[in-house]
Ligand binder design. Structure first.
Ligand code: PLP
Length: 727
């Protein structure tokens, strides 16, 4: 690109407020006015006493105002056109920050950390792509008071601190106390004239909080609706204090099951309310309303966590709407689809029937009935198969296998990368694949380029390597100020960031560090390519082995980093508190991406894709999406090592794992980087979501491009959704 008037200086860029996901700011003086108005009226501060946080909040409110017209218009459009709605149900939405700009204010925003890792971040990327593709989609989740803990490393050990992300309020969300819904728990099942009724329940309320999800370049603004638990007023007046009642209710071993049902029950009430107010629901007298339900509603289950949606939908259709079982079952299966995210047996959900018996007695009956109809009836006499496929596990403590429930109750089941989808069919759910071959699909994961394309190639006069060097310098500064470690800018930034888990093999990386250290010590004069190895990630608080791995890495690091013989040939940095906003700092500065899970264990991985998109080379195993990344870029442009899935299966007897040799030739390296970036297109979540829409949801991106609000002023009447809710 030529230099001159069109090339903005960095300083100019920094002054400009650019907001992710919405059209460029059209009218700077209007924005300034709105900003000042919010500082004055919303935050009640003047310029003398306002803190940077006040400025951040004033800016956030200004941006939200800018989205509001588009948001209302989009929802009106959905109400009028009544397209098929997609409901993405997830116990996690790992959103990170909403406001992005080049100013310091960005750092004030707390991450919305309502997730643990890949699964929750996938849900966030999917929301972005669904809005960008113009799908009438909703994210439904839980508004946890605390996000994932903040990780501190003290004396090499992980220490967890609560993440009070709502401490200063959340400027992006809109509370909707007027749409509170009751959620039932406990109680018993009554039978009257052959009809079942769930009675004497305990009630908790679900209050929705809505956040806007702007599409890129299309004026679509979808909704993420998160439910917050509130105690009913009647309890308030009795001996329970509001907060204490809720805190006591959502506590203990069954907390997770309560949360799962809470999300499902609130969301299904909302879905059915919206369906009934649509043309195909009660408004159309010609059609039997619920027959059209699967044509108007797609419910995607992000893992089995929201799989109680299956018995809950059946309960509503049969017990409340009075639909015969056979029809209710067909409606449920056609509406629901299940994404499997792992084959690790310890991560497959199983709920004790004793717990369900007390907490959700009617749902337990329904699940027994599903099991009876669809398994016991189908395989009379084949005891072994019956036991393998049963929704009810009878060995040891009696449990409900949630994956089996989700498979039987869904019309589509998908894995998240080609290799993973094959493993599911040939191994994990083999019997189910034989029974329902047409239900099994693959949808290789993706990431949204709007958040993750961080390395801006050819932006102005700075060539690719120049941009990379600048990003490395920024990360080096962060490391210097945060950990007081000097890193060698010409070293390879070798990065391994993800949750700490044995299958992800941070230990293998640690062994390699020890090996490199020993090599340097053996022959200090030998020429080596200097490396800075950065490892980061949180360990689950109760996962002792993962915490030991962190301790080992940090201890090895302190030996390596303080050895004068090593100097700047090798440095180890533990990146504390790995989270979305830290990932955004790391990805564009990486040279080498570590994706070294044991073949057959990482279902897809998405961290691998973020690195690829930003030009880092991958050292990895033939696992998850690495396999497809290699297909896209060609095997000359990736460092693959270790065993294949089949060899791992054989090995569970012998073995040694060799690490790939890095060919370090700066020119070749740059070439490989460009091959990586240029072939990363497949891993956009826009591609993933287009496939879900076509093959699972049966939806089309809506054909319209909404005009921006200023082109066609809004009439501020009641939102149609709101009007419908009041009926
Ligand atoms: C992308 C991402 C992950 C997932 O990383 P994997 O390497 O696929 O496990 C986890 N945490 C954060 C913060 C992420 O951004």
């Amino acid at each position: 690109m030529s230099s001159g008037a069109y090339v903005q200086s960095d300083v100019e860029k920094r002054k400009q407020i650019s907001i992710r996901g919405i059209a460029p700011v059209e009218n700077v003086s209007n924005i300034k006015k709105t900003f000042n108005r919010h500082l004055h009226y919303t935050l009640v501060k003047d310029r003398n006493v306002a803190t940077p946080r006040d400025y951040y909040y004033a800016l956030a409110h200004t941006v939200r105002d800018h989205l509001t017209g588009r948001w209302i218009r989009t929802q009106q459009h959905y109400y009028e056109k009544d397209p098929k709605r997609v409901y993405y149900l997830s116990l996690e939405f790992y959103m990170g920050r909403t406001l992005s700009n080049t100013m310091e204010l960005e750092e004030i925003e707390d991450d919305a950390g309502l997730g643990n890792g890949g699964l929750g971040r996938l849900a966030a990327c999917f929301l972005d792509s669904m809005a960008t593709l113009g799908l009438a989609a909703y994210g439904y989740g839980i508004r946890y008071d605390y996000g994932i803990f903040a990780q501190k490393i003290e004396n090499g050990w992980q220490v967890e601190e609560p993440d009070e992300w709502l401490r200063y309020g959340n400027p992006w969300e809109k509370a909707r106390p007027e749409y509170v819904l009751p959620i039932n728990f406990f109680g018993r099942v009554e039978e009257k004239d052959g009809k079942k009724k769930w009675v004497d329940t305990m009630v908790v309320f679900a209050m929705p909080y809505d956040s806007p999800i702007p599409g890129y370049g299309n004026n679509t603004v979808n909704t993420m609706r998160l439910w917050s638990a509130k105690a009913p007023n009647s309890f308030n007046l009795r001996f329970f204090n509001n907060g204490e009642y809720i805190n006591a209710f959502f506590e203990g071993k069954e907390l997770r099951l309560k949360q799962e049902y809470f999300l499902v029950a609130a969301t299904l009430q909302d879905i059915i309310r919206r369906f009934k107010s649509s043309r195909f629901g009660s408004r159309d007298p010609v059609r039997t309303s619920f027959e059209a339900f699967p044509e108007k509603v797609a419910i995607q289950l992000n893992d089995t966590h929201p799989a109680m949606a299956i018995p809950e939908l059946l309960r509503i259709l049969v017990d409340i709407e009075g639909i015969p079982w056979e029809r209710a079952w067909a409606i449920t299966v056609k509406s629901c689809a299940y994404t499997n995210h792992t084959v690790l047996p310890e991560a497959l959900e199983r709920w004790p029937t004793s717990l369900l018996e007390t907490l959700l007695p009617r749902h337990l009956q329904i699940m027994y009935y599903i099991n009876h109809l669809f398994l016991e009836k189908k395989f009379p006499g084949d005891e072994a198969r019956l036991r393998r496929m049963s929704i009810v596990e009878e060995y040891g403590e009696k449990k409900i296998n949630m994956a089996h429930l989700a498979i039987v109750g869904s019309h589509a089941i998908n894995g998240v990368a080609a290799i993973h989808s094959e493993i599911i069919k040939s191994n994990t759910f083999k019997d189910f694949y034989e029974m329902f071959p047409d239900r099994f699909q693959n949808k290789t994961n993706g990431i949204t380029p709007r958040r993750w394309l961080l390395l801006r190639l050819g932006d102005g006069p700075v060539p690719a390597e120049g941009a990379e060097a600048e990003n490395k310098m920024k990360l080096a500064e962060y490391i210097k100020t945060t950990y007081n470690i000097e890193v060698n800018l010409s070293s390879i930034f070798d990065i391994h960031v993800k949750r700490i888990h044995e299958y992800k093999r941070q230990l293998l990386n640690c062994m390699h560090i020890i090996h490199m250290y020993n090599e340097i010590k053996k022959d200090p004069n030998k020429a080596v390519v200097p490396r800075t190895i950065m490892i980061g990630g949180k360990a689950a608080p109760g996962y002792h082995m993962a915490k030991l791995i962190i301790k080992l890495i940090t201890q090895v690091g302190s030996v390596v980093n303080n050895d004068p013989i090593v100097g700047d040939k090798l440095k180890i940095v533990y990146l504390e508190n790995y989270r979305v906003s830290l990932a955004e700092k790391i990805m564009p500065a990486a040279d080498l991406s570590e994706q070294i899970s044991t073949a057959g264990t990482e279902a897809s991985g998405t961290g691998n894709m973020k690195f690829m998109l930003n030009g880092a080379l991958t050292i990895g195993t033939l696992d998850g999406a690495n396999v497809e990344m290699r297909e896209e870029m060609g095997d000359k442009n990736i460092f693959i090592f270790g065993m294949t899935v089949d060899e791992v299966e054989d090995l569970k007897k012998k073995g040694i794992i060799m690490r790939a040799m890095l060919r370090f030739n700066p020119l070749l390296w740059s070439k490989m980087c460009l091959h990586n970036i240029a072939s990363s297109g497949k891993f956009s979540s826009d591609r993933t979501i287009s496939e879900y829409a076509r093959d699972i949801w049966g939806t089309e991106p809506t054909e319209f491009k909404l005009p921006a609000p200023h082109e066609s002023p809004l009439e501020y009447n009641d939102s149609p959704d709101a009007a419908a809710a009041k009926k």
